[in-house]
Design a protein around this ligand. Structure first.
Ligand code: ATP
Ligand code: MG
Length: 383
């Protein structure tokens, strides 16, 4: 086994867990994203531990800790240490895949190399412990240095086992700014139809990460047809903002609302994301208000959240002014200096009168105080 002494700073809780496993006679390593990010000098998302011990052994060894055994059948036990939860997963070698997503069964292994072999990309297939240093059977470190994403093993086979890996490939390319090895990229294209078997929620998580990545434009440009296999026909976005709903709207700018709706449905996005995406999409073709009166009218018509989403999409430089308008100007019924029952009108007439007053205040035709508003209504023969 090729080892190399290299220091990775692990969180105290993670060290404690690894140490206890080792003292009890097991093997334990930090693995996956944490090792990749440490070697890149990026802050790691989470520190996962992989071990030769089976879940029962882990649970017995950490009886004194809070344990989360929900993933136990797949080999994963959450262990709390120093206030954080760490996922501790038994070395696995995956069985057959018949649904392109979940292995039919998982088999535990005693060999770290088998565990690394089931992982998706070489840069994610490295393990590290203080005692052994880096374990890197697939050349992950070299690929990391060269900024290359490469599947572990035969890419077409790996994507056919689990099609979500195709989307993970694109999102890592976007997040890390890495190039995709030609063989791996070719396989992503040739197996793209298998993405149809992946759940909307999982696709959505990866797509959102992809869209937020610094190299998103490049990846979308190069792999548009892969994304279109589940999104349907889409547009190369003119820009991306980092807000998922807005970026989805840009991604369908040249398509009709029906196409966007179908994609939102497929991705099973939240109701809020759906509403905002559709609102931004509907308004992309129109100029956004740039003066104060226009901003008030937009707020009156759409509310704070939608107005904010539209401005972030089309005129982000106006967002601070929007905030000022929200805080200080009259744009909603509740900011008017009169209430419906102050007017002595009934039913529909009250609503009409308030609307008339709000528009007048927004356009600065009347001052927002009770006396001026009542006088204005009388002058306009609304009372
Ligand atoms: P992130 O920083 O986004 O958390 P990550 O690489 O840690 O990235 P996770 O989803 O947390 O990604 O997965 C942890 C590790 O598990 C990966 O680094 C990889 O080794 C392995 N892995 C995750 N999903 C798959 C998959 N679908 N197929 C094969 N290996 C996977
Ligand atoms: Mg992770």
């Amino acid at each position: 086994m090729k080892t190399e002494k290299l220091l990775i700073a692990l969180p105290e809780g993670c060290r404690e867990i690894m140490e206890r496993i080792r003292l009890a006679g097991g093997e334990s390593y930090a693995v996956g994203g944490a090792v990749r990010d440490a070697l890149l000098g990026r802050p790691a998302g989470d520190f996962d531990v992989t071990t030769s011990f089976v879940p029962e052994e882990i649970m017995a060894l950490f009886q004194d800790k809070k344990l989360i055994p929900t993933g136990k059948n797949f080999g994963t036990v959450g262990v709390e240490a120093e206030g954080d939860i760490f996922e501790v997963t038994t070395f696995r070698k995956d069985g057959n895949y018949s649904d392109f997503r979940r292995p039919d069964q998982v088999t535990f292994s005693k060999d770290i190399k088998e565990d690394l072999a089931r992982r998706d990309f070489t840069v994610n297939a490295m393990a590290w412990s203080e005692e052994t240093g880096l374990i890197d059977p697939f050349g992950g470190r070299k690929d990391l240095e060269n900024h290359v994403l490469r599947a572990v093993g035969d890419p077409e086979k790996r994507f056919s086992e689990d099609a979500l890996r195709i989307m993970r490939l694109l999102r890592f390319a976007s997040q890390l700014g890495f190039v995709i090895d030609p063989g791996t990229g070719e396989a992503a294209r040739s197996t793209k139809e298998l993405l149809n078997a992946v759940s909307g929620e999982r696709l959505s998580v990866e797509l959102e990460k992809l869209l937020k990545g610094p190299s998103a434009m490049k990846v979308i440009g190069e792999y548009k047809e892969v994304l279109e296999s589940f999104l349907g026909e889409s547009t190369l976005p003119r820009k991306l903002t980092g807000a998922y709903h807005t970026d989805l709207a840009f991604l369908f700018e040249k398509q009709d609302e029906k196409a966007l709706k179908a994609a939102l449905e497929r991705l099973k996005v939240s109701k809020k994301t759906r509403e905002l995406a559709l609102f931004v999409h509907e308004n992309l073709a129109y100029p956004v208000p740039t003066d104060r009166i226009g901003l008030r009218l937009l707020l009156k018509a759409a509310g704070e959240e939608k107005a904010g989403a539209l401005l972030s999409a089309l005129a982000p430089e106006k967002l601070s002014e929007l905030e000022d308008v929200i805080q200080n100007d009259v744009w909603s019924y509740k900011s008017l200096a009169v209430r419906g029952n102050d007017l002595g009108t009934e039913g529909e007439k009250t609503g009409e009168a308030l609307d008339y007053l709000l528009d007048a205040c927004i356009c600065e035709r009347v001052k927002n105080d009770r006396e001026s508003l009542i006088a204005y209504l009388k002058k306009g023969k609304r009372l």
